[in-house]
Ligand binder design. Structure first.
Ligand SMILES: Nc1ncnc2c1ncn2[C@@H]1O[C@H](COP(=O)(O)OP(=O)(O)O)[C@@H](O)[C@H]1O
Ligand SMILES: [Mg+2]
Length: 233
């Protein structure tokens, strides 16, 4: 289980997160929702050690990760897929995936086989340079790259942004399948609250850096007032 306790993060004088606490249970999808500027990206960046919190703690299965350097996170079981789908466009699909393994200090052919089995389109294009990929394929590549470290916890930042609904549905169904089949723990940051809640077990809503509510996904999706106030649907 991934837990954050009283997490407060600032950029200089700008406070982006204020005393946020919640748990993301193992083997489940926790959606982190909220408008642009709510603090979602900062939350993921703080969990994965890219920014240091002013105060508070991050625990993974009771181990304190709060001061762990970000480059050690993958080896400890935590992989972060940042927003923006950044890949090295001059390298091939397979080379990009191999970098994901290296980032965790390991490369295992079995991990590559697993990613190719999950994303057959990447297997078909393994020797193509990444710049030929569509947006959806790039999203699959960055998720695949994170999976090369065989994480227990996968943090995803806005994977649906700019993708066609059909592609979003495909990627979300795949994530759900991974969680169900392998017990992966997913923290899914999304502005696309409706889609995220459709595959999530739980949801957390942030507003102006504060946690508004944590509840079962079905409860959030049914709460009309909350949807209108914070979720945009
Ligand atoms: N590098 C930064 N420097 C200063 N302020 C930032 C930086 N990144 C984000 N912020 C501010 O922190 C707040 C939360 O941003 P962010 O975590 O990106 O929210 P979200 O991902 O929910 O859109 C916003 O007010 C944003 O302007
Ligand atoms: Mg963001």
């Amino acid at each position: 289980m991934l837990e954050v306790h009283d997490l407060t993060t600032s950029y200089g004088a700008v406070r982006a997160l204020s005393e946020v606490s919640f748990a993301a249970p193992s083997g489940q999808v926790t959606a982190v929702l909220g408008a642009n500027g709510a603090g979602k990206t900062t939350l993921l960046r703080t969990i994965s050690g890219l920014v240091r919190p002013r105060s508070g703690r991050v625990l993974l299965d009771d181990r304190d990760l709060t001061r762990t350097p970000t480059e050690q996170m993958a080896a400890l079981g935590l992989s972060h897929v940042p927003e923006g789908r950044g890949v090295i466009t001059e390298l091939t699909v397979e080379e990009n995936l191999r970098l994901g393994g290296l980032g965790a200090g390991r490369f295992r052919p079995a991990d590559l086989d697993r990613v190719f089995a999950l994303f057959p389109v990447l297997a078909d294009r393994r020797r193509a340079t990444a710049h030929v990929l569509s947006g959806g394929e790039r999203q699959m590549l960055v998720i695949g790259r994170a999976l090369m470290a065989d994480p227990r916890v996968l943090l995803l930042d806005e994977p649906s942004l700019g993708l066609a609904p059909r592609v979003v549905a495909q990627i979300f169904a795949l994530l759900r399948g991974l969680v169900t089949a392998e017990g992966l723990t997913v923290v899914l940051v999304e502005q696309n609250a409706r889609s995220a809640l459709s595959i999530a077990d739980h949801g957390v809503v942030l507003n102006l850096g504060r946690l508004v509510v944590r509840a079962k996904a079905s409860v959030l999706a049914a709460d009309e007032q909350l949807r209108h106030a914070y979720l945009g649907f």
